[in-house]
Design a protein around this ligand. Structure first.
Ligand SMILES: [Mg+2]
Length: 331
């Protein structure tokens, strides 16, 4: 006898999606160090970067470790202690592209109306301490960026994290697997697709340059969406055209986050697509339930052939009670 419309009730949790942003030249028009930090040491930003990149080449250093070293060196010259508060003060004044400050609320409401919980993450080579004190910091679930370790006097002495182009990708895995902390090596453990905190196809990556290529490529190849942005005023599209032709990105747009502009439209289209996919996944999940019960029923039936006669009635009873839970007839 079959039992019609057997439903297993579960408290529904909305499906999640994540937008991951590079920071410099993606949300903000220049490298964050260039605005106040470098000029405060009495040097031109261009000279600082020339010197830092030359050191990276001469000493075979990672470019991020080179600028982090360079900052501590200049702070000693200038008799200024590099403290967290000093970086935090700079973050409060970091300029943002048009529309960024209201972007998160707008996108969150749009996603919510579509039944999707939207999360935002930063994955940047810039300095975490600066981003953390920017006016948009509270919108992010997690800020992954380079940062310093501070001594007992609160002075930056050593890099705690140095985020470059390829190790940026580890954060995509952390977000998907729900293993957020940088020290947690379980991020390398294999995880079944059904166990992911956020499926890869629900991840969006927004970036502007070569350093974003590994993330753009990873996200796009796993079924997610990558977007290349360029400065709306400079309108130099060389990089995004190349990224698009090389198959690294799904969309490109000016870094203008205002309502009604291209970027908002593309992201809303992505949210629509993810909402439609999630609806289909939920339908399939409910179809899978009966199909799984049926598979179990058949497995028990097959095993019965291998058992002594005395054991058969118990298994048969189990099989028949299972049949009660399967919608429709299976004979
Ligand atoms: Mg950038």
């Amino acid at each position: 006898m079959s039992n019609d419309n057997v439903m297993i009730s579960k408290i529904p949790t909305p499906p999640k999606m994540a937008i991951c942003y590079d920071f410099d030249k993606t949300l903000s028009p220049d490298d964050m160090q260039s605005f106040t930090l470098i000029p405060s040491f009495g040097i031109q930003a261009s000279d600082f970067w020339k010197e830092s990149n030359k050191r990276a080449m001469d000493k075979r250093m990672d470019k991020n470790l080179a600028w982090m070293y360079e900052l501590t060196r200049h702070s000693v010259f200038n008799g200024k202690s590099l403290k967290r508060e000093y970086f935090n003060a700079i973050g409060a004044d970091v300029p943002l592209y048009k529309g960024v400050e209201t972007w998160f609320g707008r996108m969150d409401s749009y996603a919510k109306a579509k039944g999707i919980e939207l999360q935002h993450y930063i994955i940047s080579s810039g300095l975490k301490e600066i981003i953390e004190s920017s006016p948009i910091a509270s919108n992010f679930e997690h800020i992954y960026a380079s940062s310093y370790m501070y001594d007992a006097d609160g002075v930056a002495v050593w890099p705690a994290q140095a985020v470059n182009y390829t190790n940026k990708t580890q954060y995509i895995f952390r977000i998907a697997k729900g293993i957020p902390e940088e020290y947690d090596e379980r991020v390398n453990d294999s995880m079944d697709k059904s166990m992911l905190a956020i499926p890869y196809e629900n991840i969006v990556y927004i970036g502007d340059s070569e350093t974003d290529i590994p993330c753009m490529r990873l996200v796009k190849s796993k079924g997610g969406y990558s977007i290349g942005v360029f400065d709306p005023e400079k309108d130099n599209r060389r990089k995004v055209y190349q990224l698009y032709n090389d198959g690294r990105i799904n969309f490109y747009a000016p870094a203008d986050y205002t309502e009604g502009k291209d970027l908002a439209r593309y992201v809303m289209e992505i949210i629509d697509a993810i909402a439609a996919q999630e609806k289909m996944k939920a339908e399939q999940q409910s179809l899978k339930r009966d199909a799984d019960w049926y598979q179990l029923y058949r497995m028990i039936e097959n095993q019965e052939g291998y058992l002594p006669e005395s054991a058969k009635p118990r298994l048969e009873k189990l099989r028949n009670s299972l049949k009660e839970y399967i919608n429709g007839k299976i004979e």
